[in-house]
Ligand binder design. Structure first.
Ligand SMILES: Cc1cc2nc3c(=O)[nH]c(=O)nc-3n(C[C@H](O)[C@H](O)[C@H](O)COP(=O)(O)OP(=O)(O)OC[C@H]3O[C@@H](n4cnc5c(N)ncnc54)[C@H](O)[C@@H]3O)c2cc1C
Length: 266
């Protein structure tokens, strides 16, 4: 810790105060993938592993797990992506679609009187930090979702300076709509999940609810809108359940589920 502060901020923490603040450590959500192949569900040809692949850690990642996750599931994603590539023809893209993508990508160079993507990103970060931060509550998340609609309008008219070579401002302009989409997904699922679990804390729903453990929230972008639905999780297998003490399982499962496990093991 001393070394990091000295190297990165030139602060000797044995002599001076250091600034400490919360930051985002890990995202426990991401692209829905097939558990064996890491193939994205609903986006053929996309393979995701690591922090961008959702589901592995549930609501709370254990410390140190991320790097082993990258090695194991990164390998699987690579293997199955290579296998997939061998089974498909090179995709064809129509000239019209290509032109549409080019026009969209180059628009920030020609937009008149638009805002800088850096200013918009800073405001988006501030907004998400204060309204969908560590402790969440309904009124604030609803406010965040309304502000996200305002961001869509601002982003439609972003302006970047300079040319196309090595231009981080332009790259940010291309990334920002995706950052906004992810923000919308985070806010919408935080609003829908009316309980507190793992890294998700709702001030207005402080307890963990066993009914909610049965579901993942899946979000799908349809044009400018995002649809959300609850997806039932498969029941834990009896051999896995046998590894837990009964008292531990009853913290997480309904009476009905515990009874069905007993029936399946007996
Ligand atoms: C402060 C901190 C401490 C941590 N400590 C630990 C620890 O002790 N142990 C542990 O196991 N885990 C730890 N983690 C978590 C772990 O570091 C991350 O989960 C892990 O590095 C994520 O790896 P990744 O490859 O999934 O994603 P990343 O490492 O985020 O890689 C994604 C890459 O994609 C690139 N990229 C993004 N957008 C684009 C684009 N449009 N085009 C091309 N490239 C793009 C990015 O530049 C980046 O290189 C820590 C995380 C933080 C923040």
């Amino acid at each position: 810790m001393w070394h990091q502060f000295k190297e990165l901020a030139d602060v000797d923490i044995t002599q001076e105060s250091m600034e400490v603040g919360p930051t985002c450590h890990y995202v426990m959500g991401g692209i829905e993938v097939d558990a064996d192949t890491q193939a994205a569900i609903g986006a053929r040809g996309l393979f995701a592993a690591g922090e961008v692949g959702g589901g592995l850690h549930g609501s709370n990642r254990l410390g140190g797990n991320s790097l082993s996750d990258l090695l194991v599931f990164g390998r699987r994603a690579g293997l199955y992506a290579a296998e997939f590539v061998d089974t498909v023809q090179a995709p064809t893209v129509s000239d019209a679609d290509l032109q549409e993508a080019i026009d969209w990508a180059l628009a920030p160079f020609t937009n008149e009187d638009g805002e800088s993507p850096y200013a918009i990103q800073a405001d988006l970060q501030d907004m998400m930090n204060s309204l969908v931060g560590i402790i969440r509550t309904k009124s604030e998340i609803v406010e965040a979702l309304a502000k996200i609609e305002e961001f869509k309008v601002r982003m439609a008219n972003m302006k970047v300076m300079g040319g196309r070579g090595y231009n981080p401002g332009w790259h940010l302009a291309l990334d920002l709509p995706k950052q906004l989409l992810v923000s919308q997904c985070v806010a919408l699922s935080a609003l829908t999940r009316e309980e507190s679990r793992g890294g998700h804390t709702r001030e207005d729903f402080p307890g963990m609810d066993v009914e909610w453990r049965k579901f993942n929230l899946i979000l799908r972008a349809e044009g400018q809108n995002v649809e959300i639905f609850k997806q039932l999780l498969p029941m834990m297998t009896p051999e896995l359940a046998a590894l837990f003490d009964d008292g531990e399982l009853s913290k997480y499962m309904t009476e009905e589920e515990l009874n069905s496990l007993v029936q399946r093991t007996s």
